[in-house]
Structures are given as C-alpha cells and as structure tokens.
Design a protein around this ligand. Structure first.
Ligand SMILES: Nc1nc2c(c(=O)[nH]1)N[C@H]1C(S)=C(S)[C@@H](COP(=O)(O)O)O[C@H]1N2
Ligand SMILES: [Mo]
Length: 496
C-alpha cells in the first residue's frame, strides 16, 4: 500500500464504474432516466457547431456513436471516481471491517448523488449506488486468506460477478426501454380517411423495378429521424399542453384533448433535412393527421414587430422563423394513421409546408411570438436551415432490366413550389429527356416519383435534375449541405 491508489484499486474502480452504469440501465433502460442520458444531452449541447457540422457531413448517421461512447465513459468515470474516494477513505479508517463498510457506503452515496442529480430520479438512482457501494466495500476489504494473493482472488471473483451482473442488467434494461412511452404501443387500424389516402398513394406509385425507391408514403419504421437527442423525450399525451405566448394579444394554452377535438385534417407532407447529402435519404413522406395551426394563432392575436416566431420543445430544442410560414402549418398527432411515434415527436409535432425539416418541431411545448429575430438551435451553430427547401431529384435506384435496358428512378421534391418535371441526361448535360413522373398527390408539400428507362449502350453516366412548379431548373452548381443545404445535380456512373 505504498501508492495511494494501487492497480487493484483501479480495477475495482473500473468494475464499480461498469456496475453503476449497468445498475442504472437495469432500472431505467435506454431512456431519459438512464444516467448516461443527461450526460449525453450535455455533451451534445456543448459540442462546438463546426465539429457538429463536420460530423454530420463526414461521419453521418454513425456520428452519434462517438458522443454516446464519450458519455458512457464519463458516467463510468464518475462512478469509478466515487469508488476511489470510498477505497481511500476506507484505508484511512484502518479498521478491517468498519473501514470497507464505511468506504462502501460513502462511495454508494456519492454514486447515488451523481445518478439522482443528473437524472432527477432518486428512486432509480439506488440501482446505480448499490453496486458501486458493494464493489467499493469488496475492493477496500483486506484479504482474508493469507495463503493466496487475496486481492487477486477477490478481483477475479468480483470481475466475474460484475460480468454476470451486466448480463442480468442488460435483460432488465431492455425490458424497461421497451415499455417507455410510445415505443410499446401496438399498431392501430388507421381511420377510414387515412386508409383512403394510403390507397390513393399506392395507386399513384410508378411501377419501379428497383427495390431502393420507397413508395409515395414512407413506412414509419423507414422514415428518417433527425434530432438533438440520443434519448427521446417521453411526453404522455394526458400531461401534454402547448402555449402560445410572447408578443400576443392573449396567451393561449391547449391540452391534448382540446387539440384533438379541433377540426381534423389528413395531409400528405414531405420532410427533408438540410444536413443531408445531395443524394442522401433524409427525405420522406407520411400522411399526417392534425389540426391547422392558424385558428390558434389567430386566437392569440400576434403583434410582434419582427413577424417572427420561436418554437420550443420538450428536449430544449428551439427554432425561429417567419410567422407567415407557420400560419400554413399543421399540429399533428398521427402519422400514417398511427399515434405519433416517440421518435417523431409524440404526442404533438409541427409540420411547416415546404420548409426544411428543422422547422418541423417535435415534442412541441411553446410557440413564442417575438419582437426581434433570434437564432435557433441550428442557426447558433452556423446553419441556414429555416427557409424553403432546395429543389432536388434523387437517383436512388439503378436496375438492369431483363431486356438489357437500364431503369433509373427516385423521388423529386421542391417543397411548396411543387415538381413540374424531372429531366435525365445521358450525355453529360448536353441534352435532357423527360422522365416519367407519378401523378401528384393532393397537398402543397409532397414529393413525386420519377422513372426513366434507356439503352445503356455507350452511356457512361446518368444525370438527373428537377424543374419546379415555377419553372425554375434545379441549380447545377454544387454545394455541400453546410450551411444552406446541398445543391447540384445527382450523377451516377453506369457500369458497361
Ligand atoms: N424538438 C425537436 N424537434 C425537431 C428536431 C429536434 O432536434 N428537436 N430536429 C429537427 C430536424 S433537424 C429535422 S430534419 C426534423 C426531422 O423529423 P423526423 O425525425 O420526424 O424525420 O425534425 C426537426 N424537429
Ligand atoms: Mo434537419
């Protein structure tokens, strides 16, 4: 015991760290009550904008693994640190039995404080504190068997126990995750009105041979997801309410029951994320059920000087844009006839026609009318993603047909400008040919499918571009997603 902290002590701290995180997971599951969740939220919010933009553009969808790994590490280190404090304190007491017991209790209380303090869940925090306390006590106890290397034997048994504990905690934790709000709800039968729209979309789909082009309505499980949370907010519908505040004649507050009692609309609406690559897949469409936002706004009687509004959400997200854009919006609580899934904003989200995904606030809590423009969450980080979407034609599938010809297909989207036509070039942009286009679906903000079949002889690449409903051709000038959304034409090489 020359060094204040020996290698065995460090091993026990590591085990305590693992066991504390596992204990918290066993009690809370992969939810916001899990000790890693608030730490991760903090890590995400503190990461500088340029790093976030770099990750979105270059690491893509797996980027979240980096911050979640860091957050697991921080949580483990905090519990491990508590164990070290306990072990050192136990040595100070220098009584063979009471020392380790006191050290264990001290470490347990510290670990409990960390878990309760970060998650605000004192009851669930016990599940992190107890394993840390036990491992600290064992780690601090002097050896009982003089014939063997006592600390080594204890270390081996403890490691084995912790591994076993991790397994059990994993099972319990998974069960907790599944029962979190929304995710456990079974499919419901969509209302007849929604079913009719789903059939309508089905009927207007092009006959595309390739498998990689989704239908005109995306399946919920395939619908892209983008938000600032590793752990989605859990907001029960019966406790939800939303307020319209700030520069208004009258504050308005609505509960879920009041909202869903208002006039109902079912709309086809397409969403697209400003952060996606030119030919990326953060573009999807659903049938959304909700109520128009306009009557609620009118009731609040906005009189702010900037004509702008800040939307806020349960996860701390906020975004600011013109009230005018919001006036055509929908407050939605169903997606393809299902209750809005947790990951898409349960119980209520906003849909703003034709604007980038980031204005479509999930887990909405507040609409604040402003006097002066302010940056939203992403704008603070350098993005310009609150305006209308860029026009894009995606080339998501290239398929060799049985007769030797080649089919290219995808979706085209231009927000509320609509899609007038999609053009394909087989000669590097010299000449353009009209692609087949799916019949438009009703609504102001819906994508269309396109398809083109050609003889690949002598063709090296296919380029595609859309022309919007105002007659404007999708710009051929290439730009990265950051900060204003990708531009350019999608080109795919054709294998000879
Ligand atoms: N509360 C909240 N709403 C949010 C976000 C968020 O991080 N928090 N992300 C926005 C972004 S950037 C996009 S692209 C869309 C994506 O919606 P989806 O996940 O339902 O596809 O949600 C928007 N709404
Ligand atoms: Mo986005």
């Amino acid at each position: 015991m020359d060094k204040p902290v020996s290698r065995t002590d460090a091993l026990f701290a590591l085990l305590a760290g693992l066991a504390g995180v596992a204990g918290s997971f066993a009690a809370a599951g992969y939810t916001r009550q899990f000790v890693v969740a608030p730490i991760d939220a903090l890590v995400v919010r503190l990461t500088p904008g340029p790093i976030v933009a770099f990750m979105i553009e270059n690491v893509g969808d797996q980027g979240h693994l980096l911050h979640i790994a860091l957050s697991f590490g921080i949580a483990g280190a905090l519990f491990g640190g508590a164990a070290i404090v306990g072990i050192v304190a136990a040595r100070r007491v220098a009584k063979p039995t009471t020392g380790p017991a006191l050290g264990g209790v001290l470490a347990g209380v510290l670990a409990w404080t960390v878990a309760a303090g970060t998650t605000a869940e004192p009851v669930l925090a016990v599940a992190a504190g107890v394993p840390v306390a036990v491992l600290t006590g064992v780690g601090a106890a002097p050896g009982a068997d003089p014939g063997h290397d006592p600390s080594r034997r204890r270390a081996i048994t403890s490691t084995a126990s912790v591994l076993g504990f991790l397994g059990v905690a994993g099972i319990f934790g998974r069960r907790q995750s599944d029962s979190a709000v929304g995710s456990a709800s079974a499919d419901v039968v969509p209302s007849p009105a929604v079913q009719e729209r789903l059939r309508q979309a089905d009927g207007r789909e092009l006959d595309i041979a390739g498998e990689d082009v989704p239908g005109l309505v995306s399946e919920i499980r395939n619908f892209y997801g983008v938000d600032i949370n590793e752990f989605d907010p859990e907001v029960p519908a019966d406790t939800w309410s939303m307020s319209i505040t700030g520069e208004v004649g009258e504050d308005v507050e609505v509960t879920y029951d009041e909202l869903t009692g208002m006039p109902i609309e079912h709309r086809f609406v397409t969403l697209r994320c400003v952060g996606e690559r030119l030919n990326g897949r953060k573009l999807d469409t659903a049938v959304w059920t909700g109520t128009p936002i306009k009557p609620l706004l009118d009731a609040a009687d906005p009189d702010g000087e900037c004509g702008c509004v800040m939307l806020r959400a349960e996860d701390g997200y906020f975004v600011q844009f013109p009230v005018e854009a919001l006036e055509d919006g929908l407050l939605a609580w169903r997606m393809n006839g299902q209750p809005l899934p947790k990951s898409h904003g349960h119980p209520v989200r906003v849909l703003v026609p034709g604007h980038w995904g980031e204005t479509n606030v999930k887990w909405l809590t507040e609409i604040e009318l402003l006097d002066e423009e302010m940056d939203g969450y992403w704008e603070k980080r350098g993005w310009h993603g609150t305006g209308p979407v860029n026009t894009v034609a995606k080339l998501w599938d290239t398929t060799q047909l049985d007769d030797g010809r080649v089919e290219v297909a995808g979706h085209a989207y231009a927000g509320t400008r609509g899609i007038d036509r999609v053009e394909v070039s087989l000669d590097d942009g010299d000449t353009w040919l009209d692609a087949d286009l799916s019949e438009p679906l009703p609504g102001d903000d819906v994508w269309r499918q396109w398809r083109y079949v050609f003889d690949p002889d002598g063709v090296e690449a296919v380029t595609v571009r859309a022309v919007d409903g105002e007659g404007t051709v999708q710009t051929g000038e290439a730009a990265d997603p950051f900060p204003s959304g990708a531009t350019g034409w999608v080109t795919q090489p054709i294998d000879p």
